[in-house]
Design a protein around this ligand. Structure first.
Ligand code: SF4
Length: 366
């Protein structure tokens, strides 16, 4: 398997970000006891979604948080402002489906205008993107990740339980056309389902300046298909298939998450493989997660929430909120395995505050 030094990868990615307005009152960076610095936040702005993907939630959906239980616009922007003072430079909005939230364009514009923020990104399923694309670009959105798990109409409907493949494909081309500096496709790669489309997806990078990212399947599917144990394909396996198909393929620059990233000879775009379940990328973790209902999650596999929204609604000061983030990352485990182990132990001894209600990725924010 080809590997390129991660530092030059990350440096190249950071250099590519716009400058952003300088922070006037900086705070010490957010770090953990394992020497990692956290400069990237993923904020889920809603749990609702207009799709019902089988690797995320059942047809009937999940117990979605009501509007008043979800972070308000001002609470989101206050979070962004404080994190930017602590060195966060990249903000990603996720969901559910963030374009379902009516004020998403305003949230993006105010985030881009926040001192310290270099780039705002969004992860969408692409169905509503044509409606908001121009406004998001004008608001200064830097990157769009579009989730797409099959190029076959029938399989698209089987996995999302909705129609709309052509709309999503149209959104990918529109994002390139409108000049978003970062356009990526997120593909959850599942054995026995879309693994046979691996090369078809790679071929999308031949003429399009996009990054196709294959993400390992993860156990956040509301107990639907993961437990069958039949659908996991490892990053190592996928990398092997890609390297065999494209002799002479080289490594390329990408983000910390894009642990394995390539460019096929003469191709305009890049191919990345993300070991989200293998968790071989934890040593370089830089992610902060805030769920739609306003909890800080210091790891995808952690079940220990830190109650940001409650603290804000109790009238907490900026210092109190900063202290909560520092506590959350001071208590972060070295990797997703330890976080998962701690969660299982907590579940066994039935620690009350551990919320096991986040069985679906839409309740974590991806
Ligand atoms: S599993 Fe946890 S520690 Fe590892 S990269 Fe993901 S969020 Fe970071």
């Amino acid at each position: 398997m080809l590997n390129k030094s991660l530092d030059s990868n990350i440096q190249a990615a950071n250099d590519a970000m716009p400058a952003g307005k300088p922070v006037t009152n900086p705070l010490p960076p957010l770090q953990d006891r394992h020497g990692r610095t956290f400069d990237y936040v993923r904020i889920a702005v809603i749990e609702q979604c207009n799709l019902r993907c089988t690797y995320c939630m059942p047809e009937e959906g999940v117990q979605f948080k009501e509007k008043d239980m979800v972070l308000s616009t001002d609470e989101i922007l206050r979070t962004v402002e404080l994190l930017a003072r602590m060195g966060v430079r990249k903000v990603r909005f996720t969901g559910g489906e963030p374009l379902v939230r009516p004020d998403i364009v305003d949230i993006v514009a105010r985030t881009v205008a926040t001192p310290g923020v270099k780039a705002a990104h969004l992860t969408t399923n692409g169905l509503l993107f044509p409606k908001y694309a121009k406004a998001l670009r004008e608001a200064g959105l830097h990157g769009v990740n579009i989730s797409l798990d099959s190029l076959d109409e029938g399989k698209f409907e089987e996995i999302t339980r909705r129609s709309g493949l052509n709309k999503v494909l149209e959104s990918i081309d529109l994002a390139v056309e409108l000049g978003f500096p970062r356009v990526k496709i997120n593909v959850v790669l599942m054995r026995g389902f879309n693994e046979d489309e691996l090369i078809d997806f790679c071929e999308l990078t031949k003429d399009k300046p996009i990054t196709v990212r294959f993400i390992e399947f993860m156990p956040f599917d509301a107990h639907q298909i993961w437990e069958s144990g039949q659908h996991f394909a490892s990053a190592a396996d996928l990398c092997g298939q890609i390297e065999r198909r494209y002799p002479g393929i080289t490594t390329a620059s990408g983000t910390r998450t894009e642990h394995h990233i390539y460019q096929a000879p003469g191709y305009a775009g890049k191919i990345a493989v993300i070991p989200a379940f293998t968790r071989s990328l934890c040593g370089n973790c830089s992610r902060i997660r805030v769920t739609a209902d306003g909890n800080i999650m210091n790891c995808l596999y952690s079940e220990q929430p830190y109650h940001l929204k409650d603290l804000m609604r109790q009238g907490a000061s900026d210092d109190d909120i900063v202290a909560l983030f520092r506590q959350a990352y001071d208590e972060k485990y070295k990797d997703g395995f330890e976080a998962k182990k701690a969660a299982s132990i907590a579940a066994k001894i039935n620690v009350s505050d551990i919320n096991r209600s986040r069985a679906s990725m839409t309740q974590i924010g991806g």
